[in-house]
Write a protein that binds this ligand. Structure first.
Ligand SMILES: [Cu+2]
Length: 415
C-alpha cells in the first residue's frame, strides 16, 4: 500500500487523472463564495475532493455485468489512485461520503465488497503477488488480554496506543488528523459466538438491517472492532483512513462469504444473490453510491467470489501455520502471541510488572492514547455491542463504582 502523507488538495494535477484535477481546481476556489457555479453542499475543499472523485470514478466505458469484468479504463483509474502520494487518502475519502448508503441496510455488505475488490485490484497493479489480507479479530479476542496482541506492533499494523509511529503506516497524516488509535479503549472484537450466531441463519434479511433478528445483527457486530481500535477507526466518516479498516472489512466479507456458502446448505437451499427487501438508498436497484455504474444488487452477485477472489480459511488448531500464532490447547483455538510490552503499557503491583486485562486502563500508555484520541474530530461512532469487560472504558467504570457498588478506590481484581 502506498504511503500517503501529502496534503492531497495541493498539486492535484500531479496525482489524479486530469478530469478530476480539473474538477477540483474549478470548484475549490468557489467553496467560500456565493458564486452561482458553486455546487450546493460543498463547504470545504475536502467536500470538493470527494465530490469530484465520485463524479468521475466510473465515468468511462460502460461497465456491463454480462462482461463480468470491470473495464480496463476503470481499473487504471483506481490503480492510479493508489500508487503515489495522497492517493490512498482519495480512495479512503470515498467511504467518508457514503455513511448512509453503505451502512444501516443490506447494501452494507455489497458496497464494502466492491470497495475491497477495487482496492485489492489497485494494489495488485503495483505488485501482482499481493492479496488483501483479513484480520480475524476473533483470534485476538481469545487472548487473556487482546490489547497485548502482536498485530498491533511494528511487524503488522503498527502501534495501537496513540499516534501511530511504528510499522508500515508510521506517521501517516490523514484527512482527519494524524493516524491515531487507542486499542481496547471501548467496543469489542468479533467473538466466535457472535460469528456462529450470524452463521446459523439462512436468509440475508435475518442478518442485515433493518430486518436483522436481534442476536444476528451482523452490521452491529462489525461496529465492535471499529470502536475497539479507536481513533479514526471509530468514526463512520473517518474509519477508512486507518488501513486496518480494509483488513477488518475483509474479515467481515469473509464471514459473509461463509454465510453465503451456508445458504446453499440450508434446507431448502437459499440463493445468496437474493437481495433483502429495502427502500431508498438501500434498494436493490439504487445506483451504488460512489460507484454509479453499479446498482446495489451487483454487490451480491456470485461473480465476485467466483471470478475475482477467494478466501483462505482462518487457521485452526493444531496447525496454526504462523510463528505469530500459537494453539491454545485448552480452548483449541489459534491465538496470537503477545508483542513485547513496554513499561508504559503495564503497571506495577507489589513491585511486579503486570499487563493483564484488569487494569491496563491505568497504564501510562493507555492514558496517553485516550488523550491523543480526544484531540480528533471523528464524528458519529459506529453502533456496536456493549463494551468488552477488558476495555479501558469498562475498567474505568468498575473503578469508579468500586467492587461493592460504592465509588472509591479500586478493589480486588475479579478476573
Ligand atoms: Cu466498517
Amino acid at each position: 500500500m502506498a504511503i500517503s502523507n501529502a496534503a492531497p488538495v495541493e498539486n492535484v494535477d500531479n496525482v489524479v487523472p486530469l478530469e478530476i484535477a480539473n474538477c477540483i481546481n474549478r470548484l475549490t476556489p468557489l467553496v467560500n463564495t456565493t458564486d452561482p457555479k458553486k455546487v450546493p453542499g460543498l463547504g470545504t475543499p475536502e467536500d470538493v475532493y470527494v465530490y469530484c472523485l465520485q463524479q468521475f470514478l466510473w465515468r468511462s466505458d460502460m461497465v456491463r455485468w454480462e462482461d463480468y469484468n470491470i473495464t480496463k479504463k476503470d481499473k487504471d483509474f483506481v490503480n492510479g489512485l493508489i500508487d503515489s502520494n495522497g492517493q490512498y487518502d482519495m480512495f479512503a475519502s470515498l467511504h467518508d461520503g457514503v455513511s448512509n448508503s453503505a451502512h444501516n441496510g443490506p447494501n452494507f455488505l455489497g458496497w464494502h465488497r466492491v470497495y475491497l475488490a477495487l482496492l485489492e485490484e489497485a494494489m495488485r497493479n503495483i505488485d501482482n503477488t499481493v492479496s488483501l489480507p483479513y484480520w480475524d479479530s476473533s483470534l485476538d479476542n481469545e487472548m487473556a488480554n487482546p490489547a497485548n496482541t502482536i498485530v498491533f506492533s511494528k511487524e503488522f499494523f503498527g502501534n495501537g496506543d496513540g499516534e501511530v509511529i511504528t510499522g508500515p503506516f508510521a506517521n501517516w497524516d490523514t484527512h482527519h488528523g494524524p493516524l491515531t488509535r487507542n486499542i481496547a479503549g471501548e467496543g469489542q472484537l468479533f467473538s466466535k459466538e457472535n460469528i456462529t450466531t450470524v452463521l446459523t441463519r439462512c436468509n440475508t434479511a435475518e442478518i442485515t438491517r433493518p430486518t436483522a433478528l436481534q442476536p444476528c445483527d451482523f452490521e452491529r457486530y462489525h461496529g465492535g472492532p471499529h470502536n475497539w481500535v479507536g481513533g479514526q477507526m471509530m468514526g463512520l466518516t473517518t474509519s477508512s483512513h486507518d488501513p486496518v479498516f480494509f483488513l477488518h472489512h475483509a474479515f467481515v466479507d469473509y464471514i459473509w462469504e461463509k454465510f453465503r456458502y451456508g445458504q446453499l446448505l440450508c434446507k431448502p437451499p437459499v440463493d445468496p444473490e437474493v437481495y433483502p427487501p429495502a427502500d431508498g438508498l438501500h434498494a436493490e436497484t439504487n445506483p451504488m453510491d460512489g460507484f454509479p455504474r453499479y446498482i446495489n444488487i451487483d454487490g451480491y452477485r456470485n461473480y465476485w467470489t467466483q471470478n475475482w477472489y477467494k478466501y483462505e480459511d482462518s487457521p485452526r488448531c493444531p496447525i496454526c501455520g504462523s510463528k505469530y500464532l500459537k494453539c491454545d490447547k485448552v480452548k483449541r483455538w489459534c491465538v496470537p502471541i503477545e508483542r513485547k510490552l513496554t513499561r508504559k503499557e503495564g503497571y506495577i503491583v507489589n513491585g511486579t510488572f503486570m499487563t493483564d486485562a484488569a487494569d491496563t486502563a491505568i497504564s501510562e500508555s493507555a492514558a496517553e492514547a485516550r488523550a491523543a484520541v480526544e484531540k480528533l474530530d471523528i464524528g458519529k461512532k459506529f453502533d456496536a455491542p456493549d463494551d468488552d469487560y477488558r476495555t479501558q472504558r469498562a475498567q474505568l467504570a468498575r473503578m469508579a463504582v468500586g467492587p461493592n457498588g460504592r465509588s472509591g478506590p479500586r478493589g480486588k481484581r475479579t478476573f
